[in-house]
Ligand binder design. Structure first.
Ligand SMILES: O=C(O)CCc1cccc(O)c1
Length: 398
């Protein structure tokens, strides 16, 4: 079977599609294989951090997204009983990024724009309703065996394969790469409602992390809905967690009033895992296929998009004649970020919200107040939490 002069990409989520657009921008042909019939339009990640918007801007994907999102320069840390603890201002990043705010926009708005970009490019092929079943490689190529919905089995042989096929990645499993880490005990319950928390709670920012010794939560505004994230007892069944009466009670406990309209609800287990290797010969892992973390801080999709951009940049150099050894730097750089920044920060965010000891809670809150009151500390904090610092630090990784 002839080796096609192109890159195969498994998965048409934000990571796979940003990798695809980055490669075709550099004149490299791609074929994207997506298991679903269409791109996902459910409410998944909904925060874009400043450097992610900078990257998307270079690909021509930012303007449309910004027009359909909400610019949020402020985010807050609150105490459920006492209210505001500290408000962080991303506006102070104006000399570090062209987009000094978090953009709240549903991830499908990005995938939709990326698909439109690919549809107009003769170098891009997006095939949906096709499931990757097997992956093999030799010295010169990678062969993917995939099954169409009709049952028809097809083989694709190309120069390289990017596995952006999510947490249960078939590509990762095919490489035998370990995916060590842990599953955190509590179940996360994610709800969304048209209720306007911003109109009901004075001084509330559009993004709020709210600590409480009994039940922390996150309130997050999207263009159409407010999202509410609660930790939930893992001893309850999914049916119990998602029971409408129980949900209504939790919402009333948070803010009593009229019955809440719940537009969406999902309960999910959260894993903290990083693949042992992102590079396996001609196969490269990115996004959730490579690393998983808790959602606190909104770093999962953003980190995946940063993977895609870094990977596409290096693969372009390899395509143009550089040694494939360059991909080792992709592995070293992006694994370091996943472990030392994304995972460490997401675990710290959970620890702060979860803390029940009154003295430790007080100490955390005092530290956050002191941070926003000190311009240098404030800057260092938002450089880290906005993911700019982790990208700068990568330059030191050989
Ligand atoms: O911290 C973030 O940006 C995301 C946290 C979150 C909020 C609401 C629902 C959800 O699944 C995660």
């Amino acid at each position: 079977m002839k080796i096609e002069d192109r890159v195969l990409i498994a998965g048409a989520g934000p990571v796979g599609l940003v990798a695809a657009v980055s490669l075709v921008e550099n004149g490299i042909p791609v074929t994207v294989l997506e298991a679903s019939a269409d791109l996902a339009v459910d409410l998944r990640a909904s925060t874009f951090h400043p450097p992610t918007i900078d990257f998307l801007d270079r690909l021509g994907l930012a303007d449309g997204l910004i027009a359909r999102g909400i610019k949020c320069p402020l985010w807050q840390f609150r105490d459920r009983k006492e209210g505001e603890v500290a408000t962080f201002d991303l506006g102070i990043l104006k000399d570090e990024t062209n987009h000094p705010y978090r953009l709240q926009a549903e991830q499908w708005k990005l995938t939709e724009a990326a698909r439109a970009r690919l549809e107009g490019d003769p170098n891009a092929d997006l095939i949906t309703d096709i499931v990757v079943e097997e992956v093999a490689q030799d010295a010169d190529s990678v062969t993917v065996t995939a099954r169409r919905k009709t049952g028809e089995v097809e083989k694709f042989r190309a120069a390289y394969l990017i596995g952006a096929d999510g947490a249960r990645s078939t590509v990762r499993k095919s490489t035998g790469v370990e995916f060590p880490g842990l599953t955190i005990p509590e179940i996360f319950l994610s709800l969304s409602t048209p209720f306007r928390y911003d109109e009901a709670i004075e001084g509330l920012a559009d993004i709020c992390y709210i600590s409480d010794p009994e039940e922390w939560l996150v309130l997050l505004r999207t263009p159409t809905l407010w999202r509410v994230l609660f930790p939930t007892d893992p001893n309850l069944s999914d049916e119990e967690i998602l029971d409408p009466a129980r949900i209504e009670q939790r919402m009333q406990d948070l803010l009593p009033g009229e019955p809440y309209e719940i537009a969406h609800k999902t309960a999910y287990r959260v894993h903290e895992r990083v693949a042992e290797q992102y590079v396996h010969g001609r196969i490269f892992l990115a996004g959730d296929a490579a690393h998983l973390n808790n959602p606190l801080g909104g770093m999962g999709m953003n980190g995946g998009i940063h993977d895609a951009v870094n990977l596409a940049d290096k693969l372009t150099q390899v395509w143009q004649g550089a040694s494939i050894d360059l991909m080792g730097r992709y592995n070293r750089q992006r694994r370091k970020v996943a472990i030392e920044t994304v995972q460490a920060q997401a675990l710290r965010n959970r620890a702060v919200l979860n803390e029940t000891d009154p003295a430790k809670r007080q100490a955390y809150h005092d530290e956050l107040r002191a941070t926003v009151d000190d311009p240098q500390k404030h800057m260092a904090y938002v450089m880290r939490s906005s993911m700019i610092q982790s990208l700068r630090d990568l330059e030191d990784v050989s």
